[in-house]
Design a protein around this ligand. Structure first.
Ligand SMILES: Nc1ncnc2c1ncn2[C@@H]1O[C@H](COP(=O)(O)OP(=O)(O)OP(=O)(O)O)[C@@H](O)[C@H]1O
Length: 510
């Protein structure tokens, strides 16, 4: 029996058709993956199902009853909930209260709430203190807290929109535990994700949305990440895995046949751009020895509370840290004696600001040129800068009809790509820190971001990538260090290992 049945759904924004004649169903006890390129319409479809947008045409039923929610609140009453990655939860709540809010236990005495929340968190293996404040847990874990909450709610269908992005492998496992629990209770889940290998571990069936239409509806057992990439981007789906030519997600580079390495980049130069010895939180005796070569993309990863956050923060001067020595471009830098002053203040890009530090109401042209409107200019430089904008928009494959489109109307993935391109151009320093450069991006966009990083490193810049996504690290980095207890015991060299091995080693360690 289907929990959700969707027939002929259509939705347009300002005349632009985003969903066209979309029909599918989600059965009771079924987890259905929804994938597609950036801008394909996944979130729009999820939002229509969750009552956030009304469709222009089509009809839906929930458990056989006509379903036309007037709002997300209404949808929840009718049995459909949505979990968004960047959901806003009142930061003053404790984690326990957040997990149980809106449920019958919401107003129960503190001890009962704590005990119940602890049990739910333990069930999904989420290592969070029930007494911690929501304000003090990482932003991206809020979606997971919300996912834990739906377990206690009486919804029949749950839309999970990109909740796994930015979660550590252990947290993704927790999210999957929630999905499996919902499935075992006979509920339905629509699971939207760009992290295809992990998604395929949990879903029963996959829908591919391409240009607003369902282009493929197939059991997960017949699919693998490579075939899915082809289905989402190019449309030509090889008939079966056995007969299909292997499609590698990472771009292969020329190398000895027996070493299927991960990156296409040339080996970075031997020159050291940045060396930090024994970078550690105040009070600790041992920390990380960091050596970033010129033109290198160095990855750092680790579990929550591994020390990764502190090390990344120390590189940018945001978190107090101590170290024994710092050398930048061959020059020794003074090591601060007090813990209040920072040894390093590297520029950092973080995609976690909702609007990427960009005015969502500004046009693409204005966002990328960052020019003050009305400032005296000459026609030649204006043409050159607008050509630059058009070139970036083309190179990054942004789905827009005009550079006069407002930034906020672009899909999340397109916003991210442009924001990163803009940031790299505006921060020309030799060593920069980039957090999760490919978060929420489809395979083609990930490649484009790698091109951006390659262009930066080809000019001698060095990039420290901070990420918890094993595939992103494997695809982007020359070397990867897994931080454990504030230290990196081993650096993985992606030029010497297969992508599969790098991924497996990260997963084993992180
Ligand atoms: N509120 C809106 N107003 C105008 N256009 C919108 C709006 N919401 C979405 N769109 C447009 O609809 C298209 C589909 O966007 P949507 O966010 O659904 O894609 P998506 O598949 O979820 O992409 P991504 O993977 O990048 O998040 C995009 O081109 C986007 O610009």
């Amino acid at each position: 029996m289907s929990v959700l049945q969707v027939d002929g759904l259509a939705k347009a924004f300002e005349g632009r058709r985003v969903l066209r004649d979309v029909s599918f169903s989600v059965d009771a006890g079924e987890v259905v993956g929804l994938v597609g390129a950036n801008g394909a319409g996944k979130s729009t479809l999820g939002d229509v199902v969750a009552g956030i947008y009304a469709p222009d045409a089509g009809r839906m039923t929930v458990q056989g009853h006509a379903y036309a929610p007037l709002s997300a609140e209404d949808a929840r009453h009718l049995g459909v909930g949505v979990v968004e990655q960047l959901i806003r939860i009142d930061p003053r709540l404790t984690v326990a209260r957040a997990v149980l809010r809106g449920t019958p236990l919401a107003d129960a005495p503190e001890a009962r709430v704590r005990a119940r929340a602890r049990a739910v968190l333990a069930e999904i293996g989420l290592d969070l203190d029930p007494d911690a404040l929501v304000a003090d847990i990482p932003r991206f874990v809020h979606g997971l807290v919300e996912a834990a909450r739906v377990l206690a709610e009486d919804t029949k269908l749950i839309v999970m929109d990109e909740v796994s992005a930015s979660l550590t492998p252990a947290e993704v496992a927790g999210l999957h535990a929630v999905a499996r629990r919902l499935r075992s209770e006979g509920r339905g889940v629509l699971y939207i994700s760009h992290r295809l290998p992990e998604m395929l571990e949990v879903v029963d069936r996959v829908l591919v949305l391409r240009d607003g239409r369902i282009a493929l509806d197939a059991p997960a057992s017949e699919l693998d990440p490579a075939r899915l990439v082809v289905a989402t981007l190019d449309g030509a789906l090889p008939r079966s895995t056995a007969s299909a030519p292997p499609v590698r997600i990472p771009v292969a580079r020329t190398a000895p046949d027996d070493v299927p390495v991960t990156t296409t980049r040339p080996q970075p130069s031997a020159d050291v751009a940045l060396e930090v010895r024994n970078l550690r939180v105040p009070g600790a005796t041992t920390g990380v020895d960091l050596r970033v070569r010129r033109g290198e993309v160095l990855g750092l990863t680790g579990r929550r509370r591994s020390g990764l956050r502190e090390i990344a923060g120390a590189l940018t001067g945001e978190i107090p840290a101590q170290c024994d020595a710092v050398t930048l471009h061959g020059e020794d830098r003074p090591v601060p004696s007090s813990t209040g002053s920072a040894a390093l203040r590297l520029d950092a890009y973080r995609p976690d600001d909702d609007a990427y530090g960009v005015d969502p109401g500004a046009t693409i042209a204005r966002t990328l040129t960052d020019e003050e409107w009305g400032r005296p200019s000459d026609l030649r430089s204006e043409i050159a800068s607008l050509r630059g904008v058009i070139d970036t928009v083309h190179r990054m494959n942004v789905a827009t009809l005009s550079i006069k489109t407002v930034f906020g109307a672009l899909s999340g993935g397109d916003q991210h790509k442009l924001a990163l391109a803009r940031w790299l151009a505006a921060h020309p320093s030799d060593v920069v820190v980039v957090h999760e450069p490919t978060r929420g991006l489809d395979a083609r966009s990930r490649r484009e971001v790698r091109t951006l990083l390659d262009e930066a490193t080809a000019h001698g810049r060095s990039v420290v990538v901070v990420s918890v996504d094993p595939d992103e690290l494997t695809e982007c980095c020359d070397r990867i260090g897994v931080v454990t207890d504030g230290r990196v015991d081993e650096w993985l060299d992606t030029h010497e290992m297969s992508a599969v091995d790098v991924r497996a080693r990260i997963l084993a360690a992180a």
